[in-house]
Design a protein around this ligand. Structure first.
Ligand SMILES: Nc1ncnc2c1ncn2[C@@H]1O[C@H](COP(=O)(O)OP(=O)(O)OP(=O)(O)O)[C@@H](O)[C@H]1O
Length: 258
């Protein structure tokens, strides 16, 4: 057994909103390059966990450790800089910006100019802009989006908008990518394409992926481990087969979809 630290770990993590324990005693860990699914019915606490892991909410109990160091009080920006990126349940692209510019927004953290350089458009500014352009285009290529580089994000087909969100998240060079219902609203063809994309992203970018998803075919098809939440607490942990065959899970969540 290796003694190395998990990439991200939670210990007794919880948050309470008034009298409601939205997440309680959540213990979980994810290793580099692992693909983990987080499932459960509506209101189980999945998105709240993402909000805790990304600094949107501060836990009321427990700990979140990234590389073994607590990030309980880190801001969303600091957590992004530490290598955690996310997408949202409802698409949050800059709809009136081009596809290329949406990705460049994500790259800005690694290409910073002085205020003077950006106002005066100095040669170093142009060099940086060109490098960023090329980096953004190479990311778009992975998603077969380069042909849409100059199209406004809002004019992309829905499935492609979801893929662009993932591309933008990857532009921040994460080690952990949190995907919140990436297949929501997709048709079966788009979902199948997304499934392949997630596999490619994991391999090509060497990221760990934590995936919230209601589409059981997608979750069962790509995740190595799955955590099932119910009323803010863990109902089951296991491989897809273990989860499919867990009677509590079948009774409570999966019904005939498993
Ligand atoms: N800021 C908040 N204030 C009060 N209650 C909240 C807040 N955020 C989440 N909740 C509550 O916490 C519970 C968990 O919500 P959450 O959105 O995390 O569920 P979910 O599992 O992501 O559901 P879904 O699958 O529908 O997205 C819900 O009862 C929700 O109303």
């Amino acid at each position: 057994m290796s003694s190395r630290k998990p990439l991200l770990q939670t210990k007794g993590l919880g948050i309470q909103f008034g009298g409601l324990k939205a997440v309680d005693e959540f213990n979980f860990s994810i290793d580099n390059n692992q693909l983990f699914g987080l499932i459960g019915p509506n209101g189980a606490g999945k998105t709240t966990i993402f909000n805790l892991l990304t600094g949107v909410y501060t836990p009321t109990s427990g700990q979140i450790l990234l590389d073994g160091k607590t990030i309980n009080h880190s801001s969303p920006t600091q957590i992004t800089q530490m290598g955690v990126a996310r997408t949202f349940q409802n698409i949050r692209l800059f709809k009136d910006m081009t596809v290329l510019d949406n990705v460049k927004v994500g790259l800005h953290h690694s290409h910073q100019y002085s205020l003077l350089a950006s106002i005066l458009h100095t040669p170093s500014y142009f060099k940086g802009e060109m490098a960023m352009d090329e980096e953004a285009r190479s990311l778009l290529r992975v998603f077969d989006l380069e042909k849409f580089a100059n199209v406004k994000a809002c004019n992309l087909p829905y499935g492609k908008q979801r893929q662009l969100e993932i591309a933008r998240a990857l532009a921040t060079s994460p080690r952990l990518l949190l995907l919140d219902e990436p297949a929501a609203g997709m048709n079966p063809t788009e979902t199948a394409e997304l499934m392949e994309t997630i596999k490619v992203v994991r391999e090509k970018f060497s990221v760990a992926i934590l995936l919230i998803e209601h589409d059981m075919k997608l979750v069962m098809g790509i995740c190595e481990k799955i955590c099932v939440l119910n009323f803010g607490t863990v109902l089951a942990f296991g491989t897809p087969d273990e989860i499919k065959n867990n009677p509590d899970v079948i009774a409570a969540y999966l019904g005939n979809d498993a």
